[in-house]
Design a protein around this ligand. Structure first.
Ligand SMILES: Cc1cc2nc3c(=O)[nH]c(=O)nc-3n(C[C@H](O)[C@H](O)[C@H](O)COP(=O)(O)O)c2cc1C
Length: 248
């Protein structure tokens, strides 16, 4: 079966880490993207999310530096070289692969979050925070049909926030913009607190979980890490029983 436009755009979205620093992204476009985000599903329609649009270069640099520092610790020190090579084996050119490994180990790959022109940084950084405390009642006025009794677990807020983020990445690419989800600067508990403090997020009620850089891509990027075929990850009725329609 042919892919339709929606499926094509899902498959064509790529994580963009090099931006055209000559081109800004208007607030109008950013608003459109966030608005698309708000149409994501959420448990009981709780919409347990907030988005901070960070244009302040100092704040972008602060958050970006955290990403660089954590990357050096995670990939540079804690991950064996063979594992990194295995993960990047989809890059066929040896020179490109070596270069990618180098910039990963040095943290340079995550410079784009700093928004600096010299590292092709993104003009806009979105930080997504989710409600981890009053998850069942995060809206003053509940807009959905449920939620009154606060049945949603905090896990649901993470799931909803992630779905919201995916809506935004797809909306961005449909507008010709590149984006990249990043979490490396929010993996460590200390970093989460520091980012929350910097952005004056009422932590730990609201918790920043992910960032999204947005900008016009510097290069066209079509090649992404490969996907597992659907029939290798889907089962029929029970775990381990193959789900493979005829003709696949
Ligand atoms: C939860 C999450 C965390 C991620 N963290 C980072 C990150 O910290 N830095 C980064 O550059 N990319 C990050 N990514 C982007 C992935 O590396 C990227 O989506 C993946 O390699 C697949 O590539 P593609 O999006 O081009 O298909 C993250 C993606 C997700 C969903």
């Amino acid at each position: 079966m042919e892919d339709n436009e929606t499926i094509k755009s899902i498959k064509e979205r790529r994580a963009i880490r090099d931006y055209d620093t000559e081109r800004d992204v208007s607030d109008e476009l950013i608003y459109k993207i966030i608005e698309a985000g708000t149409y994501a599903p959420s448990a009981e329609n709780q919409q347990p999310w907030k988005v901070i649009v960070v244009r302040d270069k100092k704040i972008q640099k602060f958050i970006g530096q955290m990403a660089v520092d954590r990357t050096i610790l995670l990939f540079g020190r804690a991950t064996p070289r063979e594992e990194i090579e295995r993960r990047l084996s989809y890059i066929k050119s040896k020179a490109s692969r070596e270069r990618t490994i180098d910039i990963l180990l040095s943290g340079e790959r995550f410079e784009y979050i700093k928004g600096k022109p010299e590292s092709f940084g993104a003009p806009v950084l979105l930080v997504i925070a989710i409600d981890q405390t009053h998850v069942g009642n995060s809206q003053a006025t509940l807009r959905g049909t449920g939620g009154v009794y606060g049945w949603s677990s905090s896990r649901h807020a993470v799931i909803a926030g992630s779905m919201m983020l995916q809506n935004m990445t797809l909306a961005a690419s449909s507008l010709g913009l590149g984006s990249c989800v990043s979490s490396v600067q929010l993996d460590h508990f200390d970093d989460v607190g520091a980012v929350a403090e910097k952005l004056e997020i009422p932590f730990p009620h609201w918790v920043p979980i992910l960032c999204l850089t947005i900008g016009y891509p510097k290069y066209e990027r079509t090649l992404g890490p490969p996907r597992q075929p659907a029939h290798e990850i889907a089962f029929m009725n029970k775990w381990g029983k193959p789900f493979k329609p005829e003709g696949i």
